[in-house]
Design a protein around this ligand. Structure first.
Ligand code: CP
Length: 293
């Protein structure tokens, strides 16, 4: 089975192919349809964007959609993730979309004969978010090589940071990290001074602090974090005229970004969500073709 669970599942050429397919769908030039296929969405962690945009994408593809409800499922009687997925495969589902809090959860599922598209694995990766971010950047600039991208926030616990770092560096962009040292992931890179970077940036990607993954409470108040590491109105004024702001959302207004900047001219935050629905159609289409479904 060809799965999409991490950005290393894709070559650079495949990433560009996915972006071009998503743009064709967005422009109304390509209408893939799979009315014969059953697809199941399994979200073991909370979600608004990923869950709803996968569902809209699946319905636009004409698919038969099963929204698996974890809270009323036999998971609560002790059924394993593997047995749950094997059951869905056995009753005729042909693709699974899974979000789970366990990093690399998909390693438990290697015996399945059904492709998996990950909607996020703990602090691991979030490939569909990364691909919609790349689509939004590509739509703006038309290339990646040499772009300067700052990823700001809780890098250590962010699957969005990890996927974007892997993909953007491979595509030739220069990625910088910004945030408190306690959120640094030294395997990816050291934290830089936000104020010194601002005027050089093409893309300023802000992240939510992942409180649900912390074992200790942070010493920051919302206000002190915003002043030291957030995109304040003063920092916004220092960004170059052509630069854009991204955020995977959900946004904590006045923490990582000032409330009024969420829909400021440089913000592409809601455009990311729109693009996500087109990118998820492209991802499912790609997975169907690769697995001859
Ligand atoms: N960006 C993102 O993954 O949002 P959700 O958690 O709402 O799906």
């Amino acid at each position: 089975m060809f799965n999409l669970v991490a950005m290393q599942d894709l070559t650079n050429e495949e990433i560009l192919e996915l972006i071009k397919t998503a743009l064709s769908i967005k422009q109304g030039k390509y209408h893939p349809q799979y009315p014969h296929l059953f697809i199941a969405n399994l979200f073991f962690e909370n979600s608004t964007r990923t869950k709803c945009s996968f569902e809209v994408a699946e319905k636009k593809l004409g698919m038969q959609v099963i929204n698996f409800d974890v809270s009323t499922s036999s998971i609560n009687k002790g059924e394993s993730l593997y047995d749950t997925c094997k059951t869905l495969e056995s009753i005729g589902c042909q693709i699974l979309i899974i979000r789970h809090s366990t990093e690399h959860y998909y390693q438990q599922l290697t015996g399945l004969n059904i492709p998996i598209i990950s909607g996020g694995d703990g602090s691991g990766e979030h490939p569909s978010q990364c691909l919609l971010d790349l689509m939004t950047i590509y739509e703006e600039f038309g290339y990646f090589k040499g772009l300067r991208v700052a990823i700001c926030g809780d890098i250590k616990n962010s699957r969005v940071a990890r996927s974007n770092y892997y993909a953007l560096t491979r595509l030739g962009a220069r990625v910088y990290f910004v945030g408190p040292e306690i959120y640094e992931d030294t395997d990816l890179g050291r934290m830089q001074n936000f104020d010194q970077l601002l005027k050089y940036l093409d893309v300023c990607m802000l992240l939510r602090i992942q409180h649900e993954r912390h074992t200790k409470s942070s010493s920051f108040t919302a206000q002190t974090y915003h002043q030291q590491y957030g995109l304040t109105n003063i920092r916004y004024q220092q960004l170059s005229p052509h630069s854009i702001i991204l955020h995977p959302a959900p946004v904590n207004r006045d923490v990582e970004i000032a409330c009024e900047l969420v829909e400021a001219p440089k913000s592409r935050i809601f455009k990311q969500m729109t693009n996500g629905m087109f990118m998820r159609q492209a991802i499912i289409d790609f997975i169907c073709k690769r697995n001859k479904l």
